[in-house]
Design a protein around this ligand. Structure first.
Ligand code: NAI
Ligand code: MG
Length: 363
C-alpha cells in the first residue's frame, strides 16, 4: 500500500495540463502515493448542477490531502443558461468549489509564498522573499449577503441610513477566526526564523472588524517576543510593497485584503505561473496554483507548471516530507537559474511537460 492517498482534482482548462506536469515531478522524487481522481468544475455544474459533487467531497474525506488544478466559473446569467436541460429549473445555485472546500474542511489558512527565484526574468526585483498568511473562511467572504435588504433588518439601530433597495455584503470576523490565522503566521515565523510579522488592516476606517483583527494581532504578538510585530493599512501597504518589497517577511491579513495583495505579490515574483497556494486546516489541506483555468491555453501544455509544482512542494512539507520538499524547491531554483528550459511566459518555448521534466531531472 502507498504511503499517502492524494485526491487529484484537475478541474477545467489548464488545470489538467499543470497537474499532469506536476505528476512528473512527484514521480521523479519517488513520492509514494496513490492518486485518486475527483470530479470538479464546470462540466459537473452543467451536467449535475453541482461543480463539486458529493462523491468528490466524500473522496476528500478519504484522502490525506488534495492537489487542485483550476476551475472555470462564469456569471450567474451565463451559468444558468449552460445548465443541461435535465437539471435546469431545479433551483441549483452555482457555488465556487474552492470556496466550498475551504469552508467544508475549515481550511482557515491560505499560505502564499512570494519568493523571487534568482534568475527569473519575470522578477520585479531580485531578493524578494516573504510569505502571506490570508484568513480563508470568514471576513467579506462569509457569504452573508442581502439584495435587497430584508425589511426586518432595516429596523435595527444604525440601519436606518441604508436604502431599502441597497445590496449589502456583511464582513464577519470572529475572535477565533482572527486568532488562529494570526497564531499560524507567528508560529510559521518562529519555525522559519523570520524576523517580522506585518498585520494588514484598515482599522482606522473599518473599525469593528479590522479593529478586532488588529487587537488580537497585538495580543498574539506579545507571546512571541523574538518576532517584531508590524502593522500597515492595506492601501498604503500596496505602495510600500512595490517600493520596498525587501522590508517584508511574513504578512497576515483578513480574507479580502489577503486575496488582493496575493495577486499583487505573485506578479512581483514572476506572475501567475509562479503563484502557489496552500489551503490548510487542522485535518486536511488543498494545494493549488493561484491562477485560473486559462481556457485559451487549455490542453496545449503551454503554460508554466511551476506554480503547481511549488504547490505540490508545499503539500510535501505539510505531509511531513521536508526533505522531498527541499529537493523540489532546489530543483525549481536550479532550472530557473540555468534558464535553458522556459515556458512562454518566461520568454521560452518549452512545454509544460518539458519544464516539469527539467525540474524532475534536477530533483
Ligand atoms: P487565468 O488565471 O485563468 O488566466 C489569465 C491569464 O494568465 C491567461 O490567459 C494566461 O495568459 C496567464 N496565465 C494563467 N496561468 C498561467 C500559467 N500557469 N502560466 C503562464 N501564464 C498563465 O484567469 P482568467 O482568464 O481571468 O480566468 C479564466 C477562468 O478561470 C475563469 O472562469 C475564472 O473564473 C477562473 N478562475 C479560477 C481560479 C481557480 O480555479 N482558483 C482562480 C482564478 C480564475
Ligand atoms: Mg484571488
Amino acid at each position: 500500500m502507498a504511503n499517502h492517498r492524494i485526491a487529484w482534482l484537475p478541474g477545467d482548462g489548464i488545470g489538467k495540463d499543470v497537474l499532469d506536469a506536476t505528476k512528473i515531478v512527484l514521480d521523479g522524487i519517488g513520492f509514494d502515493a496513490e492518486y485518486v481522481h475527483g470530479d470538479v468544475g464546470w462540466e459537473f455544474w452543467c451536467k449535475e448542477g453541482e461543480p463539486l459533487p458529493k462523491r468528490t467531497i466524500d473522496l476528500l474525506k478519504d484522502t490525506d490531502a488534495a492537489m487542485f488544478g483550476a476551475i472555470t466559473s462564469k456569471p450567474k446569467t451565463v451559468a444558468d443558461k449552460e445548465l443541461d436541460k435535465a437539471v435546469r429549473d431545479k433551483g441549483y445555485v452555482y457555488r465556487s468549489p474552492i470556496v466550498r472546500m475551504r469552508q467544508l474542511f475549515d481550511l482557515y489558512i491560505c499560505r502564499r509564498p512570494c519568493y523571487a527565484y534568482p534568475g527569473n526574468p519575470l522578477n520585479y526585483k531580485e531578493g524578494i522573499d516573504f510569505v502571506i498568511f490570508r484568513e480563508n473562511t470568514e471576513d467579506l467572504y462569509s457569504g452573508v449577503e442581502y439584495s435587497p435588504v430584508p425589511a426586518e433588518m432595516l429596523k435595527i439601530k444604525g440601519m436606518e441610513k441604508v436604502a431599502p433597495d441597497a445590496a449589502i455584503s456583511i464582513k464577519v470576523n470572529t475572535p477565533k477566526g482572527c486568532r488562529r490565522i494570526i497564531e499560524a503566521a507567528f508560529d510559521f515565523a518562529k519555525k522559519e526564523k523570520r524576523k517580522k510579522v506585518t498585520c494588514v488592516h484598515k482599522a482606522n476606517v473599518v473599525r469593528a472588524t479590522d479593529g478586532l483583527f488588529l487587537e488580537i494581532f497585538h495580543d498574539v504578538a506579545s507571546s512571541y517576543p523574538e518576532i517584531q510585530p508590524d502593522e500597515a493599512n492595506v492601501d498604503s501597504l500596496c505602495q510600500w510593497l512595490l517600493k520596498r518589497p525587501h522590508d517584508y517577511d511574513v504578512l497576515v491579513a483578513p480574507n479580502l485584503y489577503g486575496d488582493i495583495i496575493s495577486d499583487l505579490c505573485a506578479q512581483m515574483t514572476g506572475g501567475l505561473g509562479f503563484g502557489s497556494s496552500g489551503n490548510i486546516g487542522i485535518e486536511y489541506a488543498v494545494f493549488e496554483p493561484t491562477h485560473g483555468s486559462a481556457p485559451k491555453y487549455a490542453g496545449m501544455y503551454k503554460v508554466n507548471p511551476t506554480a503547481t509544482i511549488l504547490a505540490a512542494k508545499m503539500m510535501l512539507e505539510w505531509l511531513g516530507d521536508v526533505n522531498a520538499a527541499k529537493r523540489v524547491n532546489d530543483a525549481v531554483a536550479a532550472v530557473i537559474k540555468e534558464g535553458k528550459t522556459r515556458t512562454y511566459d518566461m520568454g521560452g518555448n518549452a512545454t509544460s511537460l518539458e519544464m516539469a521534466e527539467a525540474i524532475a531531472r534536477k530533483c
